[in-house]
Design a protein around this ligand. Structure first.
Ligand SMILES: Cc1cc2nc3c(=O)[nH]c(=O)nc-3n(C[C@H](O)[C@H](O)[C@H](O)COP(=O)(O)OP(=O)(O)OC[C@H]3O[C@@H](n4cnc5c(N)ncnc54)[C@H](O)[C@@H]3O)c2cc1C
Length: 537
């Protein structure tokens, strides 16, 4: 019998992130993955600002920057054109906030990097941690839940050897067809089978030199023939092409991927070597519940939506962070019974909001932007192209400028936060207005010495004092109470210009995931505050 604290089903980006969040906190975990390696499906390319902030906290943000087959200074432009050899219609710059310019709002810019590269960086970090094992070729096959733990059977597929694993908790990070979710009998609500799409990874070393649109991370092809989008996967001619919303009567098995790339790009003689072709269906679904007893769901196992806006993996990594520190706190004894219940209360509204946004984005893709005269030469075509260009500017920007969603994700109704009676800024997909209203991501700041405020937060709770040494007595009382309860608490007393204004308070209690749990000008009695934010109240 193998004994671990947490068994994780699936070593995709979410399972691996959870293994890191747990492993860095000293929690023993085993992640089982039925594939023989990471990165089977080359899907996500957008690692967003918030995910990269988690990577920074884990100490691997620079590793990913260097590991990417696309250089970090590659311009994050998005181009709309009829075809690669046709006229441009519109363009967006600094998409996803991927430009390498220092921004007060965040500590890391987004990165355009294949999901398989991110997964490899996550894997390498996870297995470097004492107490973390990632077992490939290994499938979770049976689950026996009990009051005091979970027993599972995992099979090493090449040898047929079955291992019994005893854990305190089990997390299903096992993707859209989650075995764990099905075992729990949890349904998914929403719309399945929204539309069929076809993703192709191909090598075409000539392509970059055969178009006039300049470097970009995405080129949207707006034509009636094969509407879709494409973009680079490395600097040496590896590309993805995604044909969007195939007609219902098209059987992807009968579609020639080379033909699709050539017609979509307009480059009829382009030399194309297909590496991977993957028809997939967009869904818009959310699980009816995220846990039962000691078993939890995270990532695609509990939410699925069209990948327009680049949210799925990033949001799943956010799940792993929220669940990870809470599981660790519970296992280490300082997290109370209510802490794990707050996982769904906090994450579900974030998922619902993001799913709504991705559905809006998917509603208008090349298929909807095309017009009969779009590719006609001359004034009539020019007028159509201008009109479509304006439509693209007004309808598609919200897919590429999403800080309000990414950094503005809020945990308003969480039972482990202490509201202060103030209202957070209104929600907007693009405009992110930093706020230290409890339930918000702690406002970021660059400090006078050039470091990020986030780099100074501790791995547990952090009491941030924004006005230098003021209120010393109360701080000491809080520290002593935390120590008595075994709660890791770092005191961070800063005297930085503008910080108090940014937090609108002399004190803020920051959680391990950099969210504000409480703020105020006076420290309250420590007991009730600590009990509330650790789920003991
Ligand atoms: C075309 C496309 C583009 C996308 N682009 C983006 C993007 O730019 N940004 C973004 O954030 N998201 C994007 N996504 C979504 C993203 O790929 C997923 O949200 C992400 O992979 C989910 O991660 P996960 O770890 O939850 O699940 P998965 O990546 O599906 O990983 C689950 C793992 O569990 C394993 N597994 C399943 N069952 C078992 C079992 N019983 N035992 C052991 N192992 C098991 C599987 O083999 C798999 O490796 C895109 C998706 C698509 C289709």
């Amino acid at each position: 019998m193998t004994e671990v604290d947490v068994l994780i089903a699936g070593a995709g980006p979410v399972g691996l992130s959870l293994a890191i969040e747990l492993g860095q906190r000293g929690i023993r975990c085993l992640a089982v993955e039925r594939n023989d390696r990471v990165g089977y499906s080359p899907r996500a390319k957008t690692t967003n600002v918030r995910t990269r902030e988690h990577l920074r906290r884990w100490g691997i943000a620079d590793t990913l920057r260097q590991a990417s087959p696309i250089p970090p200074d590659y311009p994050p432009n998005v181009v709309f054109a009829t075809r690669m050899n046709g006229p441009a219609l519109s363009r967006f710059e600094n998409a996803f906030n991927g430009s390498r310019v220092r921004n007060d709002l965040y500590s890391e810019e987004a990165q355009w990097v294949p999901q398989y590269t991110l997964e490899e960086v996550l894997r390498a970090e996870a297995v470097s941690l004492p107490g973390v094992e990632v077992a490939f070729d290994t499938e979770l096959r049976a689950i026996e839940p009990a009051e005091d733990g979970v027993t599972a059977e995992v099979a090493h597929m090449p040898s047929g050897t079955v291992r019994r694993v005893r854990s305190q908790y089990l997390v299903g990070a096992d993707g859209g067809r989650s075995f764990v979710r099905q075992f729990l009998g949890i349904g998914m609500a929403g719309q399945s089978g929204v539309a069929k799409n076809y993703s192709i990874i191909f090598r075409a070393p000539d392509l970059a030199a055969r178009h006039p649109h300049g470097p970009a991370i995405m080129y949207w092809m707006v034509n009636a023939d094969v509407p879709g989008l494409l973009g680079p996967m490395d600097e040496h001619g590896l590309w993805f092409f995604m044909a969007t919303k195939l007609a219902n009567d098209v059987d992807p098995a009968t579609v020639d991927p080379v033909e699709l790339v050539r017609r979509g790009t307009g480059l009829e003689d382009l030399a194309v070597e297909v590496i991977h072709a993957d028809p997939w269906v967009a869904h818009s679904l959310i699980a009816d519940a995220y846990s039962k007893g000691r078993i939890f769901l995270a990532g695609d196992a509990c939410h699925l939506h069209p990948p327009f806006g680049g949210f799925g993996m990033n949001m799943g990594i956010g799940d792993a962070v929220d669940l990870g520190w809470k599981l660790a706190a519970r296992l280490q004894g300082w997290g109370g019974a209510g802490l794990l219940g707050s996982y769904e209360t906090e994450r579900r509204p974030v998922h619902e909001r993001t799913i709504r946004e991705s559905v809006v984005n998917y509603a208008t893709v090349g298929n909807q932007l095309v017009r009969p005269t779009l590719e006609e030469p001359g004034p009539a075509g020019d007028a159509t192209r201008r009109e479509v260009g304006e439509l693209i500017q007004s309808s598609k920007g919200r897919e590429f400028y999403t800080l309000g969603l990414v950094l503005g994700a809020r945990y308003d109704n969480s039972p482990v936060l202490v509201p202060d009676g103030t209202q957070p800024p209104p929600e907007h997909f693009a405009n992110y207005v930093p706020s230290a209203c409890p339930g918000s991501l702690a406002p970021h700041a660059w400090l006078a010495d050039g470091s990020s405020l986030y780099d100074h937060f501790g791995p547990g709770l952090t009491l941030l004092a924004t006005d230098g040494a003021a209120g010393r007595g109360g701080i000491d009382a809080l520290a002593q109470d935390a120590e008595r309860r075994g709660i890791p608490l770092k005191l961070l007393v800063l005297d930085e210009p503008g910080l108090q204004g940014r937090y609108q308070a002399r004190f803020a209690l920051i959680r391990p995931d950099q969210y504000v749990a409480w703020r105020g000008d006076q420290l309250p009695a420590p007991g009730p505050l600590l009990e509330r934010v650790t789920g003991h109240a």
